[in-house]
Design a protein around this ligand. Sequence first.
Ligand code: ARG
Length: 264
Amino acid sequence: MKISMRSFMGSAVALAMLGTAFTSQAGVSDKVLNVGCEGAFAPFTYIDKNGQITGFDIDLIRQIGSDLGYKVNVRVYPFDGLIPALLTDGIDVIISGFTISPERAKKVDFSDPYYLCGLTYLTEAKHADKFKDYKKLDGEKLCVQIGTTGAMFAQKHFPHAQLRQFNSPPDTYLELERGGCAAVINDMPVNDFFLSRHQDGTKFASAHIDKDVDKEYYGIAVNKNHPEMLKEINRGLKLVQQNGNFGRISTNWFGYDITDTLKQ
Ligand code: ARG
């Protein structure tokens, strides 16, 4: 059958219009937000027992997406693959307990902060006294996650330590349990989550890195070539804080509304 170009075009336009009518009628948005995260960073981004990506960050970005009218797709990458994915793999934003830092800000843009954090270290409980002062970690074997602020902190402050770098915090905990390092350094809520889930809570002790030396804020990272996306994300963050969704999601994950901690 020979279809004239004209009628072909006509039906294509009709189909396209039908498509528009259909999507708007069904209330389905065609705006898509592609999100990249790492998948072993509980309670922010991790795979649950059903194999689904979940966590505070995931609920937050899904809520921002839905309040702004986006369909949200989440893809999981290794932590040190997140910035490359944002630059080259069609990812619009990174959300992954990702600390705002001047070095990273050379490569990506950051949203307004949405979480205040700091580093803690876990040791075996029997060594807690010896490592009461975080400076005592210098000269020890330390386990950290590759590419994180914990790893950078250790490099800077513990020049005599032997750093052992792993792909995820769970790997650092395994190594601590096997006696392969004296301490692990990770973000406080992640270490706390591990301690709370660990069958024998008495086995490990946790201590803070001095708050005056380390205070970090998480931000959502956006490609520097997409300033309009950055605006959109900041608009979404404000919106979820004003409409109560941010408070509700943080209470679900942390037991209280963290909004005020961001004003410190
Ligand atoms: N907040 C730290 C950083 O930005 C650790 C982040 C690790 N995130 C993750 N999804 N594994 O370096």
